[in-house]
Every structure is written in structure tokens, then in C-alpha cells.
Design a protein around this ligand. Structure first.
Ligand code: CTP
Length: 133
């Protein structure tokens, strides 16, 4: 039986922390689905992305470790996605530890350690600091 893994995220300014997370999740199953947050959902979360949704999807979809990209449109879709795609494992970085434990009624839930020292926010701040005013 296929072991399907799913994760959710914005993946703005795609960086090494994103890649390491997706590679580790890919190694834990046979198929990796990545739900990429839409620009509208990011606005609800108070996040403004630098790279638009279509381009963030295109980057993630073309990684060797990713089998399928779907849109993340709201907070409530996770149980439906897990059931529809027959997901065995839901995985997120450790900044989300404990936040999705209720999904354990549908599948395994795992929180992986984040890659130290990099985030989309930090990249934006570094670029801003370099830009002459
Ligand atoms: N992630 C990770 N290591 C990092 C950064 C992110 O493992 N250094 C993981 C997050 O834990 C999450 C996924 O990558 O499961 C997508 O995270 P996202 O929020 O898109 O990336 P961040 O760089 O954390 O973005 P931001 O700074 O906007 O919060």
C-alpha cells in the first residue's frame, strides 16, 4: 500500500530550510503532497508574500522530492485532504509542534526540527538591510 505524506506551508523565497524539510518528509513515504498557501489565505494569516502563488507552486512542484502540489485555501481543509488523498503521515516543522495534534485521529502526525538560521522572514530582512535608502 502507498504511504502518502502531506505538508502545508507558504514556501515564499524558497530556501534550504524548505528543501531539507521536504526531502526528509519525502524519505518517510512513497508519495509527498505539498499544500501551498494561496495569496488569499496568506492575507487571512497576515502574511504578505514576495513570490506569487503560481510561482511558489511551480518551484515546489518541480522539486524531485515532491509528487503533487495542491492549494491551501483555509485552516479547515486538512481533515478533508487527509481523507481524500488517503494520507498516512502529516508532517510540519517544529515551529508548529502541538498545533495539529487533533489530526492524529486521521493519520500519524510528526513535527521535524527546523533547519537553524534561515527563514523567509529573515531573508526579507537581510535584503532590506542591504538596500540603500
Ligand atoms: N521550515 C523549516 N526550517 C526552516 C524554515 C521553515 O523546516 N528554517 C519549515 C516550516 O517549519 C514549515 C515549512 O518549512 O513546516 C514551510 O514554512 P514557511 O512558513 O513557508 O517558511 P518560513 O521560512 O518559516 O517562513 P516565515 O519566515 O514567513 O515564517
Amino acid at each position: 500500500m502507498t504511504r502518502t505524506v502531506i505538508t502545508y506551508g507558504t514556501f515564499d523565497l524558497f530556501h534550504i530550510g524548505h528543501l531539507r524539510l521536504l526531502q526528509r518528509l519525502h524519505a518517510m513515504g512513497d508519495m509527498l503532497i505539498v499544500a501551498v498557501s494561496t495569496d488569499e489565505f496568506n492575507a487571512i494569516k497576515g502574511k504578505k508574500t514576495t513570490i506569487r502563488f503560481d510561482d511558489r507552486c511551480d518551484i515546489v512542484r518541480n522539486l524531485r522530492c515532491v509528487d503533487l502540489v495542491i492549494p491551501e485555501r483555509n485552516w479547515a481543509q486538512k481533515p478533508t485532504d487527509i481523507l481524500n488523498y488517503e494520507v498516512s503521515l502529516f508532517g510540519m516543522g517544529s515551529d508548529w509542534t502541538g498545533k495539529f495534534d487533533e489530526l492524529r485521529r486521521y493519520c500519524e502526525v510528526i513535527y521535524l526540527p527546523r533547519t537553524e538560521g534561515v527563514s523567509s522572514t529573515q531573508i526579507k530582512q537581510s535584503v532590506c538591510a542591504l538596500t540603500p535608502t
